[in-house]
Ligand binder design. Structure first.
Ligand code: ADP
Ligand code: MG
Length: 260
């Protein structure tokens, strides 16, 4: 490789490293006459962990659902990997494969085992061969530290264990981006940590993660960037240290004083 070629390759790699995989520009979303998102813009680069914090009702869940195409927006733009999410011609299945989502309520199929829950989408949606799907599902269950629980039904698992099955189920679609909407909010305090450890490990492996969370310690430790939302706008954003130690906006400071 010539020197010129090499520097071109390096440059394109740098560009790739800085390219936003999820990009929102001036996103507006209303429910009827009620405007929930009032011009949200943010960028998430590949491998980044971005946390969204803010009071209840500020539009965080709506924002997450819009990124996954579960909720339509009225104006602005949301792109995932360069594709406009609200393009009516967009292949919704391709988008859902690319963007995994985990909710507060894990909604596992109660009459299916942990392993079957993880295998379901690759079998039914991707129509991949069973043996291959099972091998991968077992590996994912090991990854979320649930080896030995493959044949347990959701009702036999703790909330934290069920949530980790839900994460494995989402990972089974091989997403490029994972969205987490308050996934620890319904858990007992002692199981919150095990779920956060799983997410932390995913982040360390380079998974792009967008998390709505009330776990400020986690946000501070794991996030590359934190956004504070209130009333449908991004009030302030920055690196965790800056936001948590030196918030500029009184609304951010007020919120942090209540949750820290
Ligand atoms: P957060 O996750 O920050 O608590 P949400 O995105 O859930 O906020 O909700 C933002 C606002 O939008 C709230 O006032 C909520 O009542 C309203 N809202 C959410 N979903 C709907 C819906 N499907 N229809 C009407 N209003 C909704
Ligand atoms: Mg919410």
């Amino acid at each position: 490789m010539s020197l010129a070629d090499r520097s071109a390759a390096e440059e394109s790699q740098t560009c790739l490293g800085h390219r936003a995989i999820v990009s929102l520009r001036n996103v507006h979303k209303s429910y009827g006459a009620f405007e929930v998102l009032k011009g949200i813009s943010l960028d998430v680069r590949k491998g980044e962990v971005v946390c969204i914090i803010g009071p209840s009702g500020s539009g965080k869940s709506t924002l997450i659902r819009c990124i996954n195409g579960l909720s339509a927006i009225q104006s602005g733009s949301i792109t995932v990997d360069g594709q406009e999410v609200n393009d009516p011609k967009l292949d919704k299945l391709a988008l859902r494969k690319k963007v995994g989502i985990v909710f507060q309520q894990y909604n596992l199929f109660p009459h299916k085992t942990a392993l079957e829950n993880v295998m379901m989408a690759p079998l039914k949606v991707l129509r991949e061969p069973r043996a291959q799907v099972e091998e991968r599902a077992r590996a994912l269950i090991a990854k979320v530290r649930l080896t030995g629980k493959e044949n347990a039904y959701p009702g036999q698992l703790s909330g934290g264990q069920q949530q980790r099955v839900a994460i494995a189920r989402s990972l089974a679609m091989r997403p490029d981006v994972m969205l987490f909407d308050e996934v620890t909010a319904a858990l007992d305090p002692e199981t919150v940590k095990e779920v956060l450890v799983t997410i932390k490990e995913l982040a360390a492996e380079g998974m792009t993660c967008i998390l709505v969370t009330h776990e400020m310690g986690f946000a501070r430790e794991v996030a590359n960037h934190v956004y504070f939302t209130d009333g449908g706008i991004i009030v302030e954003h920055g690196k965790p240290d800056q936001l948590f130690k030196n918030a500029k906006d009184p609304r951010t400071r007020q919120f942090l004083s209540q949750v820290l």
